[in-house]
Design a protein around this ligand. Sequence first.
Ligand code: C5P
Length: 284
Amino acid sequence: MSLIDGLPDGSGVRLLAPAKVNLTLHVTGQRDDGYHLLDSLVVFADHGDLLHVALSEVDAISVTGPRAAGVPMDTRNLCLKAARLAGQSVRVALEKHLPNEAGLGGGSSDAAAVLRAIARLTSAPVLASAERIGADVPVCIPSRAMRMRGLGDVLSEVPALPPLPAVLVNPGIPVATPPVFKALQKRDNPAMPEVPQNLKTVAEVAAWLTLQRNDLQAPAISIAPEIAGVLAQLASAESCLLARMSGSGASCFGLFASTEQSDRAAMIISKANPTWWVQSVVLK
Ligand code: C5P
C-alpha cells in the first residue's frame, strides 16, 4: 500500500489523490481505433485532492473544497466509475483541490485512490484493468515516478530522481483531451530515450528534460493560446530551469532548484494573475 494513504479512519480510509505531472509526453503512434501510443515520464506532487472512502451498500459521493464546482456527480464521476468496475459500492467524501480537465490527472487520481481504498478495505488486489476508467488511472494507482507507455497502461520503473521543486499553473481554461489529440500535426514522433541513471540534481534533470518534449503542447496552444502566456511567465520567473505543459493542458509546470525559489515564483505569478490556480509543490 502506498505511503500517501493514511491509517484506516472509522469504517473507511483517508487518502491523498496527488496531482500527476507529465515531465515528458511523446506521442509515438496511433492505433487503428484512433487511440494514441504514448511514452511519458510521469511524476506526482505533494498536493492533490483528499478523499475519505468507506464501503457501503449503495454508492454515494459528496464533493467539497475550493475546486468542487463542475465535478460531475452522476455516473460520469470517475470515483463511482472506479467503484463500479471494482464491483464494490462505496461512500466517497471528495475534497477537491485540483482543477478539472487541467492535464493534472485530477479525476484519474481520485479514481485510483478509490481503487486503492477498496483494495485496502476488502484485502483484495487492486483492479487490474484500471485503464478502462481512463488512460492516466493505472499510473495514478502507485502515484510515484514511472515511465508510462502504450495507451497509458504499460508502466515501468525509472531510476531514482531527486525531489523536484516546481510551480504548477492553470489559467482556468478547461481543455478537453480529444480535440488536442485531433489537432496533432505529427503522430509518429520519436520515443523517449531511457531515463539516465545518474541524474542527481534538479538542474541535471531539467537539462535532460530540455532534450525531450510534450508533443501535445503545440496542438494545445493552437486550441488555447493562453497556454503560451502561462509558459512565458513560468520561463521568465527568476531561476526557472524548465517550463513545459503537462498532459493535454492547460496546466504547465516550472522546475526550480529549491523550494524557496519555487515558493517565490508561485507568489509572484499568483499576484500578477489573481484568477490563475498557482501552486508551489515538490514533484517525486
Ligand atoms: O483515457 P482518457 O479519458 O484520459 O482519454 C481521453 C481522450 O484522449 C480519449 O477519448 C482519446 O480521444 C484521447 N486519448 C488518445 N490516446 C490515449 C489516451 C487518450 O487518443 N492513449
